[in-house]
Design a protein around this ligand. Structure first.
Ligand code: PLP
Length: 360
């Protein structure tokens, strides 16, 4: 068995310990005589799995009691629609567009009401986070929307926008559980699991209770109404059972690592190794304004498409895979999520140094 260093942006690397545990439990989950994939979502055994997962997530993020945790399906994209369907009472919302995913969310919201772009960083290919301390937020906006970590462009909000008292909705797909968050600053936090938490197929939403109501846009499908899901504790229909089980294992793994404060420290250390190298390299260059750099996704380029391709190919041969940048931007991108060990980044930088020397 040879595991590679997987720098994929998502679906992405998971902790080896979690995969081994899941493998050991594959045929007989703790004396149940069956795999978690084969059991009823209404069984006692499964009920404990989903309840424990929720509790561990609550512990990790210190989620207050007046917030619900929902395990949903449909990817982050389904949330692009669920947010306006459930929140756009005045049919008006403010969107901060800092990348491809925020752009998609903004466009989707436009189908249901007035989605106003109050800030954007598209003028410089989304390479920075705009100043959001004093934006013009309409008086009757239902919420302010951000994508907190921009997976494709490698930027992250270091400070939350001043929403002028409006509800903040945040897509945290690619920075979920990478560092502590103050949940009370948000109305809705959500993320697809496949970046930093677990397998594709699960979306986790943390929603302030007063935002979960029957007052949704007319025609909202039953399944997309948060109240349906909240009233049934995410078991209105069959949830992505196996995915939730793996997420639960990752939560336990995170607790064992010391929780989110410890992860933040580890992630900062990891990212610094790569950024420090990029800052002094003569061949490779980071593409993001330093103040907006993400700890999770690190895009970089050589300045030549041929050299980029050569690097990606030789890196893959050396066991560093999925370093190709997103198809919309090209170049390289190293995603260094929670489960990427520090050795992976150290060895990647060693390889980059060697490549630079050979191609000077
Ligand atoms: C990957 C990603 C998405 C899209 O996720 P899907 O689950 O494929 O819908 C949305 N937002 C962010 C920040 C992402 O990283």
């Amino acid at each position: 068995m040879a595991r590679v260093y997987n720098f994929s942006a998502g679906p992405a690397v998971l902790p080896e310990e979690v995969l081994k545990e899941a493998a050991a439990e594959m045929l007989d989950y703790r004396g149940s005589g069956m795999s978690v994939m084969e059991m009823s979502h209404r069984s006692k055994v499964y009920d404990k799995i989903i309840k424990d997962a929720e509790q561990d997530l609550r512990d990790l993020l210190q989620i207050p009691d007046n917030y619900k945790v929902l395990f949903l399906q449909g990817g982050a994209h389904m949330m692009f629609a669920q947010v306006p369907l459930n929140l756009m009472k005045n049919k008006k919302a403010a969107y901060i567009v800092t990348g491809q995913w925020a752009k998609r969310a903004h466009k989707e919201a436009g189908m249901y009401g007035e989605a106003i772009k109050v800030a954007s960083s598209e003028d410089k290919t989304f390479s920075y986070i705009p100043d959001c301390s004093d934006l013009e937020i309409p008086e009757d906006a239902d919420y302010v929307y951000i994508c907190e970590n921009n997976t494709i462009y490698g930027t992250k909000f270091k400070e939350l926008p001043n929403t002028k008292g409006k509800i903040l909705v945040s897509d945290v797909s690619s920075c979920f559980l990478s560092e502590p968050m103050d949940v009370t600053k948000y109305g809705v936090i959500y993320g697809g699991a496949q970046k930093n938490i677990g397998p594709a197929g699960v979306v986790i939403a943390i929603i302030r209770e007063d935002l979960i109501t029957d007052d949704v846009l007319p025609g909202t499908p039953t399944m997309l109404k948060w109240k349906t899901q909240a009233d049934a504790d995410s078991l209105y229909n069959t949830p992505p059972c196996y995915g939730i089980y793996i997420c639960g294992k990752v939560f336990q793994w995170l607790k064992k690592q010391g929780g989110l404060a410890a992860m933040k420290e580890y992630n900062e250390k990891k990212a610094a190794i790569l950024y420090d190298f990029l800052d002094q390299s003569k061949l490779f260059k980071g593409t993001v304004e330093p103040a907006s750099r993400s700890l999770m996704n690190v895009p970089f380029v050589t300045g030549s498409d041929e050299m980029d391709a050569k690097f990606i190919k030789e890196a893959a041969e050396a066991g560093f895979v999925n370093l190709k940048g997103h198809r919309s931007v090209g170049g390289m991108r190293a995603s260094i999520y929670n489960a990427m060990p520090i050795e992976g980044v150290e060895k990647l930088v060693e390889f980059m140094k060697k490549f630079e020397a050979e191609n000077a």
